[in-house]
Design a binder for this molecule. Structure first.
Ligand code: ZN
Length: 365
């Protein structure tokens, strides 16, 4: 039985020996080659770079095998590129639609006080009486009866304060007021800059312009006065609170009559320089203190209660009292002037007894 397998055993042993021998030879070869490559890396840097280059080539070869063609990006020297303005394409962080054109007005204001009348307000600020309307278009028809406490805009120059409407242009505003565009541009606080675009709801001063055509001072309506005992002819107030003595003093310190009492002029005209103090000739209540539509100009009327007397002080340059105010005999009413139908500075003094004009000579000392 052992003999039977001996040949096989010898064969197997020989086979095993053959395998072992081959393996030893192979191991020896590998060890030798490793030693070679270590030697190369350690010595030659150039060969390392070559190896890297070889790798790149290999990777390019790999992509080529995937059939994707990428055009190599050319190297660009940035200092050779022409540079356009660097904000040409960027959005503006703070967009401004139009830098110019915002007016920078600053106005004085005037609070209407008792005794104020359009003319004396205008005189006080050195403007034309129309300019009060020009700066306060909302006054409109109430301008002739200024209410105390009302705040008025006083324009720095004669003209009109115009609020720009949508669609208006400098040209249309110029035509509307008949004022050259150059004058509107030249008014510095309008801040108009080329190309002179107007912005709705901003306000322009139109120097030299008159309030809109057809606008008139509208005095208190006569129809508003029902009591015939309180200066109805000139629309005066009707309440009077005190009674006078019935004896008057002269309304000013001059007695130089330029026109006396006669049927065509039932009053006294006293010629005096503008600005002369005018006083109440007896105690009473102011029933009118405003511009008068009846040639009186700036007019003050004082009612002297149960004496039935009324005194009129006309053509004043300024008025210092208001309707309803009680004034004592000798109290300052305003300054003489040349307003209304007057050809020179003087005081027109009139006295009425229960509504009828009478000769002042009968009542003055
Ligand atoms: Zn007169």
């Amino acid at each position: 039985m052992i003999k039977k397998y001996t040949n096989h055993l010898v064969f197997l042993v020989l086979l095993a020996l053959l395998f072992i021998g081959a393996g030893a030879a192979s191991l020896t070869t590998t060890a030798l080659s490793d030693t070679d490559s270590e030697t190369e890396e350690g010595i030659d840097i150039a060969s390392v770079i070559n190896l890297a280059g070889d790798e790149e080539t290999e990777s390019a070869d790999n992509t080529n095998t995937n059939t994707v063609n990428i055009t190599p990006i050319p190297t660009v020297r940035l200092d050779n590129v022409p540079v356009l303005s660097d904000d040409s394409f960027a959005p503006d962080l703070n967009p401004v639609i139009d830098v110019g054109g915002q007016p920078s007005h600053s106005f004085q204001t005037h609070i209407v006080d008792r005794g104020d009348a359009p003319q004396n307000i205008a005189d006080r600020y050195g403007i034309q009486v129309e300019t009060i309307l020009g700066g306060n278009p909302n006054l409109s028809n109430e301008a002739g009866a200024l209410q105390t406490g009302l705040e008025l805009i006083i324009l720095p120059v004669d003209g009109v304060l115009h609020t720009v409407s949508f669609g208006e242009t400098l040209e249309s505003v110029s035509i509307r007021y008949g004022i050259p565009q150059e004058d509107i541009i030249a008014y510095a606080d309008n801040n108009l800059e080329f190309p002179y675009r107007l912005h709705p709801d901003t306000q322009l001063i139109i120097p030299g312009a008159q309030p809109e055509a057809g606008f008139v001072w509208n005095p208190p309506s006569l129809a508003d006065v029902s009591n015939t005992n309180c200066a109805p002819e000139i629309g005066g107030g009707c309440n009077f609170y005190v009674n006078g003595s019935g004896f008057h003093v002269w309304p000013l310190n001059s007695r130089r009559l330029t026109q006396g009492y006669w049927i065509g002029h039932q009053a006294y005209d006293v010629g005096v320089p503008e600005g002369t103090a005018i006083i109440a000739t007896d105690t009473g209540t102011v029933t009118y203190a405003a511009w008068s539509p009846y040639c009186y100009g700036n007019l003050v009327v004082v009612h002297h209660g149960n004496t039935g007397h009324e005194t009129f002080y006309a053509h004043l340059s300024s008025i210092a009292v208001g309707v309803g105010q009680i004034v004592e005999k000798g109290q300052y009413l305003g300054a003489s002037g040349n307003t209304g139908c007057s050809s020179g500075p003087h005081l027109h003094y009139e006295i009425r007894i229960w509504g009828n004009r009478d000769n002042p000579a009968y009542y003055l000392p």
